[in-house]
Ligand binder design. Structure first.
Ligand code: SAH
Length: 347
């Protein structure tokens, strides 16, 4: 399969030369690709070249299959159709500091977190670098707006698709591609420790986000099977290594599930756990609290806004910076995995 959107500039040049075109055409082609323009509309390329392209390349750019726009805050939830018919979701959010796109990394997920809709039917396949990048290109083309921040927090586990994610990072930050600064990119993981350690050795100063969600191995293993493989201590040690290698602040996601992990005792335990792990490192850490999005099949219940605020206050009082995540797009099923799932059920 010839997949232009996954190519680096050098590869695109080699490909273009191989098609009997000049190097100059590769630059033109790259600009068209970056804007998500269909081959037929690449007007400064000859008809013959366009015809050859249509015959040889696979169009891996995700296509808008469905689009839900929040009436509350303008958040856009996309259901994208991929070249092989699979679907994924992305969420476009407007903040004061710019537009953020939350992208998927796999079709489905095999991590099995008990509260999550994306993993209920397992993993179908990894997304290609072009499909990671393509979610941004397609969203920019559809909205006519620039995406300035990217979070890998959609469907899938990015560190379970390591090589393609690394290739995507190389492309997305490249000045002759989308040129999004690495400091504006976050990668969220359920805690695949070898992936975190490998990532620490790459040169990308991205923000690492850890889905922690519990303070003891017992509680964490009960809601996140990945914890049976790599426990909390090992995970936090990997975070320290990541911080030492990159100097980037680590953020922790903590999904509050009523009666499961949201007591004040747990807030205190969380503060102790994080302070101990990062003692003497000077690492700035941040806890993002999220009230669990109830997914029918999981039976997990959300607590009140008040109890989330109390949890945050406890952490802050104990010297751990914590905020309760604002809910965007609550009227468009923005919590990931749910749109793809309801579509799969009706098909
Ligand atoms: N696999 C990666 C990234 C995708 S999940 C990871 O685990 O981090 C993105 C975030 O959404 C994670 O923090 C995940 O734990 C959280 N999440 C999943 N289902 C949720 C739900 N029903 N309610 C609230 N947060 C959820």
């Amino acid at each position: 399969m010839i997949d232009l959107y996954s190519m680096t500039r050098e590869e695109l040049v080699a490909f273009t030369l191989g098609m009997g075109e000049s190097k100059f055409r590769a630059g033109q082609l790259a600009l068209w690709l970056r804007s998500g323009t269909p081959i037929d509309e690449m007007s400064n390329l000859s008809l013959a070249f366009r015809q050859k392209l249509k015959e040889t390349v696979t169009d891996t750019l995700p296509k808008v299959e469905e689009k839900l726009v929040s009436r509350i805050d303008g958040t856009i939830k996309y259901l994208f159709r991929l070249y092989d018919g699979e679907c994924i979701e992305s969420v476009f959010m407007r903040y004061e500091h710019g537009n953020t796109l939350c992208i998927s990394s796999q079709v489905g997920c095999r991590m099995g977190c008990r509260f999550c809709a994306s993993t209920l039917a397992g993993r179908v396949r990894n997304l290609l670098p072009s499909e990671l990048l393509g979610q941004i290109i397609a969203a920019e083309r559809d909205t006519g707006e620039r995406v300035s921040n990217v979070v890998m927090m959609g469907i899938g586990e990015p560190l379970d698709n390591y090589d393609n994610v690394i290739r995507f990072l190389e492309l997305v930050g490249s000045p002759d591609n989308l040129n999004i600064g690495y400091r504006h990119i976050s990668l969220s993981t359920c805690g695949v420790v070898p992936g975190i350690l490998k990532l620490a050795e790459e040169k990308y100063p991205i923000t690492l986000s850890i889905s922690l969600h519990a303070t003891t191995d017992e509680t964490r293993s009960a809601i996140m099977p990945v914890n049976n493989k790599w426990g909390i201590d090992e995970l936090l040690q990997a975070c320290v290594t990541y911080y030492k290698a990159t100097g980037r602040r680590i953020s922790f996601e903590y999904t509050l599930i009523a009666g499961r992990n949201d007591s004040i005792e747990e807030a205190k335990a969380l503060a102790t756990l994080l302070k101990n792990a990062f003692r003497d490192t000077g690492a700035p850490i941040h806890v993002n609290l999220i009230r669990v999005n109830a997914v029918k099949e999981t039976g997990m219940k959300e607590g009140t806004q008040d109890s989330a605020n109390r949890f945050a206050d406890t952490l802050n009082r104990l010297g751990v910076v914590a905020t309760v995540r604002r809910r965007l797009g609550s009227d468009v099923n923005a919590a990931c995995g749910q749109l793809r799932r309801s579509r799969a059920k009706t098909e």
